[in-house]
Design a protein around this ligand. Sequence first.
Ligand code: MG
Length: 405
Amino acid sequence: MKSNRRRLAVLGSTGSIGRQTLDVVRAYPDRFAVVALTARGNVDLLAEQAREFQPSLTVLTGGDPAALQRLRDALPETLATTSGLEGLTTAATLPDVDMVVAATSGLVGVLPTIAAIRAGKTIALANKETLVMAGHLVMAEAKRAGVAVLPVDSEHNALWQCLRGEDPATVRRLLITASGGPFLRLPLARMREMTPDQALNHPTWRMGPKVTIDSATLMNKGLEVIEAHWLYDMPYERIAVVVHPQSIIHSMVEYVDDSIKMQASIPNMHLPIQYALSYPERLDRAGTALALPLRWDEVAKLEFESADMERFPCLRLAYEAGVMGGSAPAALVGADETAVDLFLRGTIRLTDIALIVGETLQRHNIIASPGVEEVGAVSAWAQEEARRIAERLAGASLPPAGAER
Ligand code: MG
């Protein structure tokens, strides 16, 4: 019985994507089994998940001994636990894992993902940094190992669904949809007054603060363009962004005969997660807790317009970093991380994010084909550089990085 189930390692199980992955597992207990769970520091939720799904390994990556003890106390002795970042790689390469759901945030996901690829595991990828910063490494490893990298992000998942069964040579363009975020209609002159609270109020998706700010600036869409470049081996001039405020169409593929295929569904991450987990099958959701059919009479209208790179300079910067290639996307991500953090603290203005990221990119000396360590070093350099630029803009020294917001 158990051997028929797809066996998963969920890296980052207490985050938003990790929790929704477990919702999918819960809805199809005869299709999926959880072999490993990892989380950074949310001991209570990790313990609860481990008690429910009974993985053979539970990993607390934060490396805090007291927290590990609390986790062990909360779990029956039959369940193995470990801590530290190397536990991510252990979890990702366990012999009885079929698929790794890579849902950690940040660069920590890259090495375990590459290790999993080398061990022949299918990857369900939800970690942005992995492809944006190390796409050249990850996709080369996947090609070498003959392993599939299946995208969980809604846009890339939609592109994948639209590309299925088609000859790649007949694809003209990938069209990635963007909701446009909360400031789509805001005049450029008023953009600089927007507060973190206003920026965190996303119209169609509920997400963590970093990605919500990235959605308000369209940086998130720019990072998705870079991901699409790597996933589908598509040059940047053939990837376009289309603003679609209702977030019902999750992306489109335009073919050489002018035909466009779109994927539509209610905006909700369970579907792209489920599609990646069950591929190549589609699982019937009727009667499950996940059922969320789209009723056209409830969708008043669908609107589309082109993305305005003047008003959303972060999107333009992401394209530029992608075209520069090499380590430029790592510098983009590092600078953006710092700038978004400073904006959320109220230290800089929303419009300063693009200024800071743009100036950091200008100062970066690109490494043509960086290894994982170099990618990390460039990102750390960009964080520091962004801080210095922000201090100059704010005309003051800023609270230390990592201090509580
Ligand atoms: Mg997305």
